[in-house]
Design a protein around this ligand. Structure first.
Ligand SMILES: NC(=O)c1ccc[n+]([C@@H]2O[C@H](COP(=O)([O-])OP(=O)(O)OC[C@H]3O[C@@H](n4cnc5c(N)ncnc54)[C@H](O)[C@@H]3O)[C@@H](O)[C@H]2O)c1
Length: 461
Protein backbone atom coordinates (compact mmCIF):
# COMPACT_ATOMS: atom_id res chain seq x y z
CA UNK A 1 0.00 0.00 0.00
CA UNK A 2 1.08 3.58 -0.52
CA UNK A 3 1.14 5.33 2.88
CA UNK A 4 1.85 8.92 3.96
CA UNK A 5 2.88 9.80 7.51
CA UNK A 6 2.35 13.38 8.63
CA UNK A 7 4.74 13.84 11.55
CA UNK A 8 8.10 12.08 11.54
CA UNK A 9 8.80 12.15 15.28
CA UNK A 10 9.12 9.16 17.53
CA UNK A 11 5.89 7.48 16.48
CA UNK A 12 5.80 8.55 12.82
CA UNK A 13 9.38 7.55 12.10
CA UNK A 14 9.23 4.21 13.88
CA UNK A 15 5.81 3.08 12.65
CA UNK A 16 6.40 4.45 9.13
CA UNK A 17 9.64 2.49 8.95
CA UNK A 18 7.96 -0.67 10.21
CA UNK A 19 5.18 -0.37 7.60
CA UNK A 20 7.91 -0.04 4.94
CA UNK A 21 9.65 -3.10 6.38
CA UNK A 22 6.46 -5.09 5.72
CA UNK A 23 6.54 -4.12 2.04
CA UNK A 24 4.51 -0.89 1.94
CA UNK A 25 5.60 2.23 0.08
CA UNK A 26 5.90 4.88 2.81
CA UNK A 27 6.64 8.60 2.66
CA UNK A 28 7.20 10.34 6.03
CA UNK A 29 6.54 14.07 6.00
CA UNK A 30 7.50 16.66 8.63
CA UNK A 31 7.36 20.45 8.87
CA UNK A 32 10.79 20.36 10.49
CA UNK A 33 12.95 20.77 7.37
CA UNK A 34 16.19 20.11 9.21
CA UNK A 35 14.82 16.78 10.46
CA UNK A 36 13.92 15.78 6.90
CA UNK A 37 17.31 16.91 5.57
CA UNK A 38 19.02 14.86 8.28
CA UNK A 39 16.92 11.79 7.53
CA UNK A 40 17.66 12.14 3.82
CA UNK A 41 21.37 12.17 4.69
CA UNK A 42 21.03 9.09 6.88
CA UNK A 43 21.04 10.92 10.24
CA UNK A 44 18.43 9.55 12.65
CA UNK A 45 17.08 12.29 14.96
CA UNK A 46 16.16 9.99 17.87
CA UNK A 47 17.88 7.12 19.62
CA UNK A 48 15.98 3.87 19.30
CA UNK A 49 17.74 0.50 19.18
CA UNK A 50 17.62 -1.00 15.65
CA UNK A 51 16.00 2.02 14.01
CA UNK A 52 19.00 3.30 12.09
CA UNK A 53 19.59 -0.06 10.39
CA UNK A 54 15.91 -0.49 9.53
CA UNK A 55 15.62 3.02 8.05
CA UNK A 56 18.76 2.45 5.94
CA UNK A 57 17.53 -0.94 4.72
CA UNK A 58 14.12 0.35 3.65
CA UNK A 59 15.45 3.55 2.05
CA UNK A 60 17.86 1.47 0.01
CA UNK A 61 15.01 -0.83 -1.01
CA UNK A 62 13.10 2.24 -2.23
CA UNK A 63 10.19 1.66 0.15
CA UNK A 64 10.84 4.55 2.55
CA UNK A 65 11.29 8.23 1.74
CA UNK A 66 11.23 11.53 3.63
CA UNK A 67 9.84 14.85 2.49
CA UNK A 68 9.04 18.30 3.82
CA UNK A 69 6.31 18.60 1.16
CA UNK A 70 2.96 17.14 2.14
CA UNK A 71 1.84 17.13 -1.50
CA UNK A 72 4.65 14.74 -2.32
CA UNK A 73 3.76 12.48 0.60
CA UNK A 74 0.07 12.36 -0.30
CA UNK A 75 0.60 11.45 -3.96
CA UNK A 76 -1.36 8.22 -4.60
CA UNK A 77 -1.56 7.59 -0.84
CA UNK A 78 -4.34 5.17 0.17
CA UNK A 79 -3.75 5.88 3.84
CA UNK A 80 -2.56 9.08 5.49
CA UNK A 81 -1.48 8.71 9.11
CA UNK A 82 -1.40 11.70 11.45
CA UNK A 83 1.41 11.18 13.98
CA UNK A 84 2.12 14.68 15.26
CA UNK A 85 2.53 15.67 18.91
CA UNK A 86 -0.35 16.27 21.33
CA UNK A 87 1.44 17.98 24.23
CA UNK A 88 -0.44 19.08 27.34
CA UNK A 89 -1.87 22.58 27.36
CA UNK A 90 -1.75 24.68 30.52
CA UNK A 91 -4.98 23.15 31.93
CA UNK A 92 -3.79 19.56 31.33
CA UNK A 93 -5.97 18.92 28.27
CA UNK A 94 -4.38 17.63 25.05
CA UNK A 95 -3.28 20.51 22.82
CA UNK A 96 -4.61 19.64 19.39
CA UNK A 97 -2.91 22.51 17.51
CA UNK A 98 -0.43 20.22 15.70
CA UNK A 99 -3.20 17.76 14.78
CA UNK A 100 -5.41 20.51 13.38
CA UNK A 101 -2.51 22.03 11.42
CA UNK A 102 -1.66 18.62 10.02
CA UNK A 103 -5.27 18.07 8.99
CA UNK A 104 -5.47 21.52 7.39
CA UNK A 105 -2.35 20.84 5.35
CA UNK A 106 -3.87 17.53 4.19
CA UNK A 107 -7.19 19.25 3.43
CA UNK A 108 -5.53 21.98 1.41
CA UNK A 109 -3.94 19.64 -1.11
CA UNK A 110 -5.47 16.16 -1.14
CA UNK A 111 -7.29 15.46 -4.40
CA UNK A 112 -8.20 11.78 -4.18
CA UNK A 113 -10.06 9.48 -1.79
CA UNK A 114 -7.96 8.34 1.14
CA UNK A 115 -8.32 7.08 4.72
CA UNK A 116 -7.03 9.54 7.30
CA UNK A 117 -5.77 7.55 10.27
CA UNK A 118 -5.11 9.29 13.58
CA UNK A 119 -2.13 7.72 15.38
CA UNK A 120 -1.58 10.64 17.71
CA UNK A 121 -3.13 10.22 21.16
CA UNK A 122 -6.23 12.42 21.03
CA UNK A 123 -9.33 13.00 23.19
CA UNK A 124 -12.64 11.34 22.46
CA UNK A 125 -14.49 13.08 19.67
CA UNK A 126 -11.37 14.26 17.84
CA UNK A 127 -12.11 11.91 14.93
CA UNK A 128 -15.53 13.52 14.43
CA UNK A 129 -14.01 16.99 14.74
CA UNK A 130 -11.41 16.17 12.10
CA UNK A 131 -13.99 14.63 9.77
CA UNK A 132 -16.11 17.80 9.88
CA UNK A 133 -13.04 19.92 9.30
CA UNK A 134 -11.80 17.93 6.32
CA UNK A 135 -15.32 17.98 4.80
CA UNK A 136 -15.24 21.78 5.10
CA UNK A 137 -11.93 21.86 3.20
CA UNK A 138 -13.32 19.65 0.46
CA UNK A 139 -16.47 21.74 0.25
CA UNK A 140 -14.40 24.92 -0.10
CA UNK A 141 -12.33 23.34 -2.86
CA UNK A 142 -15.38 21.95 -4.68
CA UNK A 143 -14.20 18.36 -4.10
CA UNK A 144 -17.19 17.04 -2.10
CA UNK A 145 -17.18 13.75 -4.02
CA UNK A 146 -13.85 12.73 -2.56
CA UNK A 147 -14.26 10.15 0.21
CA UNK A 148 -12.13 10.89 3.26
CA UNK A 149 -13.01 8.72 6.27
CA UNK A 150 -11.24 9.49 9.55
CA UNK A 151 -10.08 6.44 11.54
CA UNK A 152 -8.53 6.04 14.98
CA UNK A 153 -5.49 3.79 15.36
CA UNK A 154 -3.73 4.66 18.65
CA UNK A 155 -0.12 3.61 19.08
CA UNK A 156 1.10 1.53 22.04
CA UNK A 157 4.84 1.26 21.34
CA UNK A 158 7.32 1.60 24.20
CA UNK A 159 10.35 3.80 23.65
CA UNK A 160 13.49 1.68 23.84
CA UNK A 161 11.54 -1.34 22.49
CA UNK A 162 9.69 0.52 19.77
CA UNK A 163 10.74 -1.56 16.75
CA UNK A 164 9.91 -4.83 18.45
CA UNK A 165 6.59 -3.45 19.71
CA UNK A 166 5.71 -2.18 16.25
CA UNK A 167 6.62 -5.31 14.36
CA UNK A 168 5.08 -7.65 16.95
CA UNK A 169 2.37 -5.72 18.79
CA UNK A 170 0.33 -7.33 21.58
CA UNK A 171 -2.72 -6.01 19.79
CA UNK A 172 -3.74 -3.37 17.29
CA UNK A 173 -6.69 -1.13 18.09
CA UNK A 174 -8.67 0.35 15.20
CA UNK A 175 -11.68 2.62 15.48
CA UNK A 176 -13.49 2.69 12.16
CA UNK A 177 -17.06 2.91 10.95
CA UNK A 178 -17.19 1.67 7.36
CA UNK A 179 -16.60 -1.91 6.23
CA UNK A 180 -14.17 -0.62 3.61
CA UNK A 181 -12.02 1.13 6.22
CA UNK A 182 -12.07 -1.94 8.45
CA UNK A 183 -10.97 -4.20 5.63
CA UNK A 184 -8.11 -1.87 4.57
CA UNK A 185 -6.82 -1.83 8.15
CA UNK A 186 -7.14 -5.63 8.35
CA UNK A 187 -5.05 -5.93 5.18
CA UNK A 188 -2.45 -3.42 6.43
CA UNK A 189 -1.98 -5.15 9.77
CA UNK A 190 -2.22 -8.75 8.54
CA UNK A 191 1.61 -9.12 8.46
CA UNK A 192 1.84 -7.77 12.02
CA UNK A 193 -0.84 -9.55 14.08
CA UNK A 194 -3.18 -12.54 13.78
CA UNK A 195 -6.73 -11.49 13.04
CA UNK A 196 -7.96 -12.02 16.60
CA UNK A 197 -5.50 -9.46 17.88
CA UNK A 198 -6.73 -6.73 15.57
CA UNK A 199 -9.39 -5.15 17.72
CA UNK A 200 -11.98 -3.34 15.64
CA UNK A 201 -14.25 -0.96 17.51
CA UNK A 202 -15.99 2.38 17.20
CA UNK A 203 -13.69 5.44 17.01
CA UNK A 204 -14.59 6.82 20.49
CA UNK A 205 -13.76 3.51 22.15
CA UNK A 206 -10.43 3.37 20.28
CA UNK A 207 -9.57 6.93 21.34
CA UNK A 208 -10.31 6.29 25.02
CA UNK A 209 -8.59 2.87 24.98
CA UNK A 210 -5.22 4.58 24.55
CA UNK A 211 -5.75 6.84 27.57
CA UNK A 212 -7.16 3.99 29.65
CA UNK A 213 -4.15 1.78 28.83
CA UNK A 214 -1.61 4.43 29.85
CA UNK A 215 -3.54 5.37 32.97
CA UNK A 216 -3.78 1.69 33.97
CA UNK A 217 -0.01 1.24 33.64
CA UNK A 218 0.69 4.51 35.44
CA UNK A 219 -1.71 3.48 38.22
CA UNK A 220 0.37 0.38 38.94
CA UNK A 221 3.50 2.50 39.30
CA UNK A 222 1.82 5.11 41.50
CA UNK A 223 0.21 2.40 43.61
CA UNK A 224 3.58 0.77 44.29
CA UNK A 225 5.12 4.15 45.03
CA UNK A 226 2.46 4.77 47.62
CA UNK A 227 3.06 1.32 49.11
CA UNK A 228 6.80 2.13 49.11
CA UNK A 229 6.18 5.26 51.17
CA UNK A 230 4.20 3.14 53.61
CA UNK A 231 6.97 0.51 53.70
CA UNK A 232 9.47 3.16 54.70
CA UNK A 233 7.22 4.24 57.55
CA UNK A 234 6.48 0.80 58.93
CA UNK A 235 9.85 -0.84 58.34
CA UNK A 236 8.88 -3.13 55.48
CA UNK A 237 10.63 -3.82 52.17
CA UNK A 238 8.69 -2.92 49.02
CA UNK A 239 10.62 -5.47 46.96
CA UNK A 240 9.35 -8.27 49.20
CA UNK A 241 5.85 -6.85 48.94
CA UNK A 242 6.19 -6.72 45.15
CA UNK A 243 7.28 -10.34 45.07
CA UNK A 244 4.40 -11.25 47.33
CA UNK A 245 1.77 -9.70 45.11
CA UNK A 246 3.33 -10.26 41.66
CA UNK A 247 3.30 -14.02 42.14
CA UNK A 248 -0.49 -13.81 42.04
CA UNK A 249 -1.22 -14.48 38.38
CA UNK A 250 -4.15 -12.10 38.46
CA UNK A 251 -1.69 -9.31 39.28
CA UNK A 252 1.57 -10.21 37.51
CA UNK A 253 4.85 -8.32 37.83
CA UNK A 254 4.81 -5.64 35.15
CA UNK A 255 4.96 -1.96 36.12
CA UNK A 256 5.21 -2.69 39.83
CA UNK A 257 8.63 -1.20 40.53
CA UNK A 258 8.69 1.53 43.14
CA UNK A 259 11.07 4.36 42.29
CA UNK A 260 11.41 8.07 41.77
CA UNK A 261 8.28 8.41 39.64
CA UNK A 262 7.31 7.98 36.02
CA UNK A 263 8.14 10.47 33.28
CA UNK A 264 8.27 10.42 29.51
CA UNK A 265 6.22 11.93 26.76
CA UNK A 266 3.11 9.83 27.39
CA UNK A 267 2.14 8.78 30.93
CA UNK A 268 2.18 12.21 32.60
CA UNK A 269 0.37 14.02 29.81
CA UNK A 270 -2.09 11.22 29.05
CA UNK A 271 -3.14 10.78 32.69
CA UNK A 272 -3.70 14.53 32.95
CA UNK A 273 -5.61 14.57 29.67
CA UNK A 274 -7.79 11.68 30.89
CA UNK A 275 -8.66 13.68 34.01
CA UNK A 276 -9.58 16.58 31.78
CA UNK A 277 -11.71 14.47 29.44
CA UNK A 278 -13.65 12.98 32.39
CA UNK A 279 -14.04 16.28 34.19
CA UNK A 280 -15.40 17.74 30.96
CA UNK A 281 -18.14 15.11 31.24
CA UNK A 282 -18.91 16.10 34.83
CA UNK A 283 -16.98 13.23 36.45
CA UNK A 284 -14.54 13.55 39.36
CA UNK A 285 -11.93 11.21 37.84
CA UNK A 286 -10.83 10.34 41.38
CA UNK A 287 -8.50 7.51 40.34
CA UNK A 288 -6.77 9.29 37.48
CA UNK A 289 -6.31 12.43 39.60
CA UNK A 290 -4.74 10.37 42.38
CA UNK A 291 -2.35 8.60 39.98
CA UNK A 292 -1.04 11.97 38.85
CA UNK A 293 -0.88 13.40 42.37
CA UNK A 294 1.12 10.46 43.73
CA UNK A 295 3.53 10.69 40.81
CA UNK A 296 4.16 14.41 41.22
CA UNK A 297 5.00 13.80 44.89
CA UNK A 298 7.21 10.85 44.00
CA UNK A 299 9.23 12.88 41.52
CA UNK A 300 10.14 15.23 44.39
CA UNK A 301 11.25 12.38 46.65
CA UNK A 302 14.92 12.03 45.62
CA UNK A 303 15.46 15.74 46.00
CA UNK A 304 13.84 15.67 49.44
CA UNK A 305 16.04 12.74 50.46
CA UNK A 306 19.18 14.59 49.39
CA UNK A 307 18.00 17.71 51.21
CA UNK A 308 17.18 15.70 54.31
CA UNK A 309 20.73 14.36 54.26
CA UNK A 310 22.68 17.53 53.45
CA UNK A 311 20.32 20.36 54.39
CA UNK A 312 18.93 22.93 51.99
CA UNK A 313 22.22 24.78 51.62
CA UNK A 314 24.33 22.60 49.32
CA UNK A 315 26.94 25.22 48.47
CA UNK A 316 30.27 23.48 47.91
CA UNK A 317 28.76 20.02 47.40
CA UNK A 318 29.16 18.07 44.17
CA UNK A 319 26.25 15.78 43.39
CA UNK A 320 26.69 13.17 40.67
CA UNK A 321 23.48 12.30 38.80
CA UNK A 322 23.46 8.84 37.25
CA UNK A 323 21.08 8.74 34.28
CA UNK A 324 18.99 11.47 32.67
CA UNK A 325 16.61 9.72 30.25
CA UNK A 326 13.13 9.06 31.62
CA UNK A 327 13.90 5.35 31.30
CA UNK A 328 16.75 3.20 29.92
CA UNK A 329 17.28 2.61 26.17
CA UNK A 330 15.97 5.97 25.06
CA UNK A 331 17.34 9.50 24.79
CA UNK A 332 13.91 10.96 25.59
CA UNK A 333 14.08 13.24 28.60
CA UNK A 334 10.57 14.67 28.38
CA UNK A 335 9.15 14.89 31.94
CA UNK A 336 12.12 12.85 33.21
CA UNK A 337 12.50 12.85 37.02
CA UNK A 338 16.17 13.83 36.48
CA UNK A 339 15.19 17.27 35.21
CA UNK A 340 13.27 18.46 38.28
CA UNK A 341 15.83 16.80 40.55
CA UNK A 342 18.75 18.63 38.94
CA UNK A 343 16.96 21.98 38.93
CA UNK A 344 16.13 21.51 42.62
CA UNK A 345 19.73 20.62 43.52
CA UNK A 346 21.05 23.65 41.67
CA UNK A 347 18.53 25.87 43.45
CA UNK A 348 20.03 24.59 46.72
CA UNK A 349 23.49 25.68 45.54
CA UNK A 350 24.86 22.22 44.68
CA UNK A 351 27.26 21.75 41.84
CA UNK A 352 25.70 19.08 39.61
CA UNK A 353 27.54 16.70 37.33
CA UNK A 354 25.56 14.24 35.21
CA UNK A 355 26.16 11.23 33.02
CA UNK A 356 23.82 9.28 30.76
CA UNK A 357 24.98 6.78 28.12
CA UNK A 358 22.66 8.28 25.46
CA UNK A 359 20.59 11.25 26.60
CA UNK A 360 23.19 13.94 27.45
CA UNK A 361 22.73 15.75 24.13
CA UNK A 362 18.97 16.09 24.64
CA UNK A 363 19.39 16.95 28.32
CA UNK A 364 21.89 19.73 27.59
CA UNK A 365 19.17 21.57 25.67
CA UNK A 366 16.79 21.52 28.64
CA UNK A 367 19.01 21.77 31.69
CA UNK A 368 20.55 24.90 33.25
CA UNK A 369 23.87 25.81 31.66
CA UNK A 370 25.86 25.22 34.85
CA UNK A 371 25.24 21.45 34.81
CA UNK A 372 28.43 19.67 33.82
CA UNK A 373 28.41 16.44 31.87
CA UNK A 374 30.86 13.60 32.43
CA UNK A 375 31.88 11.26 29.65
CA UNK A 376 31.81 8.14 31.79
CA UNK A 377 30.93 6.83 35.23
CA UNK A 378 34.49 7.25 36.63
CA UNK A 379 34.61 10.93 35.70
CA UNK A 380 31.09 11.39 37.01
CA UNK A 381 31.92 10.09 40.48
CA UNK A 382 35.36 11.71 40.81
CA UNK A 383 35.30 13.84 43.98
CA UNK A 384 31.48 13.61 44.32
CA UNK A 385 29.87 14.09 47.70
CA UNK A 386 27.01 11.81 46.68
CA UNK A 387 25.69 9.88 43.71
CA UNK A 388 21.99 9.93 42.85
CA UNK A 389 20.78 7.20 40.50
CA UNK A 390 17.75 8.25 38.45
CA UNK A 391 17.75 5.99 35.36
CA UNK A 392 18.38 2.28 35.70
CA UNK A 393 20.65 1.83 32.67
CA UNK A 394 22.07 -1.74 32.51
CA UNK A 395 25.64 -0.42 32.87
CA UNK A 396 24.76 1.03 36.28
CA UNK A 397 23.57 -2.33 37.54
CA UNK A 398 26.97 -3.95 37.23
CA UNK A 399 29.25 -1.20 38.55
CA UNK A 400 32.37 -2.15 40.48
CA UNK A 401 31.70 0.04 43.51
CA UNK A 402 34.83 -1.21 45.28
CA UNK A 403 37.01 0.46 42.68
CA UNK A 404 34.76 3.49 42.18
CA UNK A 405 34.22 4.37 45.84
CA UNK A 406 37.80 5.57 46.59
CA UNK A 407 37.37 8.25 43.91
CA UNK A 408 34.32 9.71 45.59
CA UNK A 409 34.70 12.31 48.29
CA UNK A 410 32.04 10.61 50.38
CA UNK A 411 30.48 7.19 50.02
CA UNK A 412 26.86 8.20 49.73
CA UNK A 413 24.42 6.75 47.19
CA UNK A 414 20.76 7.59 46.67
CA UNK A 415 19.24 4.85 44.56
CA UNK A 416 16.06 6.13 42.92
CA UNK A 417 15.35 2.80 41.21
CA UNK A 418 16.23 0.25 43.91
CA UNK A 419 18.80 -1.49 41.71
CA UNK A 420 21.43 -2.22 44.36
CA UNK A 421 21.45 -4.63 47.24
CA UNK A 422 21.33 -2.52 50.42
CA UNK A 423 23.31 -5.03 52.47
CA UNK A 424 26.10 -5.14 49.88
CA UNK A 425 26.28 -1.36 49.61
CA UNK A 426 26.44 -1.00 53.37
CA UNK A 427 29.17 -3.67 53.54
CA UNK A 428 31.15 -1.62 51.05
CA UNK A 429 30.96 1.29 53.47
CA UNK A 430 28.25 3.27 51.70
CA UNK A 431 25.58 5.35 53.27
CA UNK A 432 22.86 3.93 51.05
CA UNK A 433 19.38 5.33 50.51
CA UNK A 434 16.66 3.74 48.42
CA UNK A 435 12.89 3.80 47.97
CA UNK A 436 10.52 1.87 50.19
CA UNK A 437 13.11 -0.55 51.55
CA UNK A 438 13.37 0.95 55.01
CA UNK A 439 16.94 1.75 54.20
CA UNK A 440 17.48 5.32 55.18
CA UNK A 441 20.32 5.63 57.61
CA UNK A 442 18.47 8.28 59.64
CA UNK A 443 15.75 5.78 60.39
CA UNK A 444 17.02 4.51 63.69
CA UNK A 445 14.26 2.14 64.66
CA UNK A 446 13.49 0.34 61.43
CA UNK A 447 12.89 -3.34 61.81
CA UNK A 448 13.95 -4.61 58.38
CA UNK A 449 17.18 -6.53 57.83
CA UNK A 450 18.54 -3.54 55.97
CA UNK A 451 17.84 -1.10 58.78
CA UNK A 452 19.28 -3.49 61.35
CA UNK A 453 22.46 -3.77 59.36
CA UNK A 454 22.80 0.00 59.06
CA UNK A 455 22.09 0.51 62.74
CA UNK A 456 24.63 -2.17 63.61
CA UNK A 457 27.27 -0.47 61.47
CA UNK A 458 26.52 2.82 63.12
CA UNK A 459 26.74 1.27 66.56
CA UNK A 460 23.12 1.90 67.42
CA UNK A 461 22.22 -1.69 68.24
N1 LIG B 1 6.57 8.73 22.00
C1 LIG B 1 5.89 7.67 22.34
O1 LIG B 1 6.39 6.74 22.96
C2 LIG B 1 4.43 7.53 21.96
C3 LIG B 1 3.82 6.28 22.08
C4 LIG B 1 2.50 6.17 21.72
C5 LIG B 1 1.77 7.28 21.29
N2 LIG B 1 2.39 8.48 21.23
C6 LIG B 1 1.60 9.62 20.74
O2 LIG B 1 1.94 9.82 19.37
C7 LIG B 1 1.92 11.23 19.06
C8 LIG B 1 3.28 11.65 18.52
O3 LIG B 1 4.23 11.49 19.55
P1 LIG B 1 5.79 11.61 19.26
O4 LIG B 1 6.47 11.23 20.52
O5 LIG B 1 6.11 10.91 18.00
O6 LIG B 1 5.92 13.19 19.02
P2 LIG B 1 7.20 13.98 18.50
O7 LIG B 1 7.11 15.31 19.14
O8 LIG B 1 8.42 13.14 18.69
O9 LIG B 1 6.96 14.12 16.92
C9 LIG B 1 5.97 14.92 16.35
C10 LIG B 1 6.49 15.35 14.99
O10 LIG B 1 5.43 15.97 14.27
C11 LIG B 1 5.97 17.05 13.52
N3 LIG B 1 4.87 17.95 13.16
C12 LIG B 1 4.16 18.80 13.94
N4 LIG B 1 3.22 19.42 13.23
C13 LIG B 1 3.31 18.97 11.97
C14 LIG B 1 2.60 19.22 10.76
N5 LIG B 1 1.59 20.09 10.72
N6 LIG B 1 2.98 18.58 9.63
C15 LIG B 1 4.01 17.71 9.65
N7 LIG B 1 4.72 17.42 10.76
C16 LIG B 1 4.37 18.03 11.90
C17 LIG B 1 6.98 17.66 14.45
O11 LIG B 1 7.91 18.47 13.76
C18 LIG B 1 7.62 16.39 15.06
O12 LIG B 1 8.72 15.95 14.31
C19 LIG B 1 1.52 11.93 20.34
O13 LIG B 1 0.13 12.13 20.34
C20 LIG B 1 1.90 10.94 21.42
O14 LIG B 1 1.12 11.08 22.58
C21 LIG B 1 3.71 8.63 21.53
Amino acid sequence: MRICFVGTGYVGLVTGTCFAEKGNDVCCVDIDKKRIEDLNSGIIPIYEPGLEELVKKNREAGRLSFSAEIKEGLEHAQLCFIAVGTPPSSNGSADLAQVLNALDSIGSCIDHSCFIVVKSTVPVGTGTLLWKRIRAHMHERGLEKINLEVLSNPEFLKEGMAIEDCLNPDRVVVGAVSDEARSVMRELYAPFVPEDRLLLMDPSSAEITKYAANAMLASRISFMNEIAQLCDKIGADVLSVKEGIASDRRIGSFFLNAGCGYGGSCFPKDVQALCHIGEGQGLDMTMATAIDKVNRKQKELLQLMVRERFGSDMEGLTIAVMGLAFKPHTDDIREAPSISLIRGLIDCGASVRAYDPIAMGQAAIMLPKDVRFADGIEKLLEGADAAVLVTEWPEFRSLDWDSLAPHMKRRIVFDGRNIYDPAEMIDKGFEYYCIGRNCRPQMQFGSSECAKKINNKQGRI
